[in-house]
Write a protein that binds this ligand. Structure first.
Ligand code: NDP
Length: 359
């Protein structure tokens, strides 16, 4: 492969994901966000799993037929990263410049974005959901190639922690795809605009940075982590997942079928007569226990690669801290403005922000 081929590889992969997302069979669903002008609930066409399987299948075909080595995305990672960064920048400008200013400075508009929920062809392609799909699939391709590189280099004496981290990240991606519809009810969809943060974030940052634990040890020898430690780390990861997925699902059911019990927990809520806030189950532990779950999962991934004194794998959970602390503060402000005194009542009942009993 030529460097230019590696540079444009993410462009080609992103274009294939676009075509698959737009034209393969999909299910239409009604979302949570309303059109900024008409006020109607937006519709989405979701086929994340199908697109994912097609792209992973293509990756296997390319390796199996020896068209490219299994680890080509590792060998050419810096070039493909440069291509993804460039594509992300062009995309961000294309989604900010043509749209009217939000009243903030140009830099703020560029970073945070201008249009709210751009869609193509009546929702056949939703820009945000397409971006998340790209991030997830490109991340999976990177993980597969980076782990393949490790296996090809060390063979029998490979670091099992690399494959455990790959399995955890794959689980994280498959979880997203399985609950793609639940994502329509999250902050990114209803509170964020399309610009550099979301666009460049999903096209360049998400698929490359989230693989940092495996990226940084793929060329290092087996540290010999005992199996029982790997098992414990696998359990820690799953524990984190139960907080994240549990909280998201409890809220999703509460918004869509308010009287439905979740995991046997009947929803308890406070209300001002018009609006309701959950106060039990996951939403009674802290106001964002889902963020805590995500941080626990990231710590398990960082530790599983077996180099606890190496800085790089730790950047992943540290990034989550930097992401979720301000996000929780922003979300609190947004909810205080939306729910008024009901939110204050919630804060009194559930005083912790993220970690129950601590923060
Ligand atoms: P939440 O899913 O926590 O959504 C917050 C919103 O939920 C609030 O704005 C409010 O919206 C509603 N809400 C808050 N409290 C209550 C309550 N007590 N009862 C009912 N509704 C409530 O946060 P995010 O959207 O930020 O995150 C969604 C998921 O995505 C999380 O699991 C998060 O960890 C994950 N995530 C993962 C990332 C990653 O890189 N791995 C990055 C970002 C998020 P409303 O006004 O609609 O009521």
């Amino acid at each position: 492969m030529e460097p230019s081929g590696a540079f444009f590889a993410p462009w080609i992969i992103y274009a294939l994901i676009f075509l698959s997302n737009a034209f393969l069979p999909a299910r239409w669903v009604t979302g949570y966000v309303r059109h900024e002008h008409t006020g109607e609930l937006l519709r989405y066409r979701l086929n994340g799993w199908l697109t994912f399987l097609l792209m992973i299948g293509l990756w296997f075909l390319v390796g199996y037929q020896h068209w490219l080595p299994w680890d080509w995305l590792y060998t050419w990672r810096w070039y493909s990263l440069a291509g993804a960064i460039t594509f992300g920048l062009i995309f961000s400008f294309a989604f900010v410049l043509p749209f009217p200013s939000t009243g903030k400075s140009f830099l703020a508009d560029f970073f945070l974005g201008r249009p709210e929920n751009p869609q193509l062809w009546g929702g056949r392609i939703d820009a945000k959901m397409w971006l998340y799909l790209i991030g997830a699939i490109m991340l999976e391709l990177n993980i597969l190639s980076f782990s393949a590189h490790h296996q090809l280099t060390y063979g029998e004496d490979s670091n099992k922690g690399v494959f455990l981290a790959a399995a955890m990240l794959t689980f994280f991606i498959c979880d997203y795809l399985t609950f793609e519809r639940v994502h329509l009810y999250t902050y990114d969809l209803f509170a964020e605009r399309m610009g550099f943060k979301l666009g460049w974030g999903c096209l360049a940052f998400y698929p490359y940075f989230y693989s940092i634990a495996i990226w940084s040890v793929a060329d290092l020898p087996n540290p010999g982590t005992p199996n029982w430690v790997l098992v414990l780390l696998g359990l820690l990861f799953l524990l984190g997942w139960t907080f994240t997925r549990g909280a998201n699902m409890q809220k999703f059911y509460f918004k869509t079928q308010p009287d439905r019990a979740f995991l046997g927990i009947q929803p308890e809520y406070i209300t001002d007569g018009k609006r309701k806030l959950l106060v039990n189950g996951y939403w009674g532990m802290s106001r964002h226990v889902n963020y805590m779950g995500e941080i626990i999962m990231a710590i398990a991934i960082a530790l599983s690669v077996g180099y606890p004194t190496l800085l790089w794998p730790w950047l992943y959970p540290l990034y989550y801290l930097a992401l979720f602390i301000p996000r929780q503060i922003d979300d609190d402000k947004r909810c205080a403005a939306k729910y008024g005194s009901l939110w204050q009542e919630y804060e009194k009942k559930v005083p912790y922000r993220i970690i129950p009993g601590i923060y």
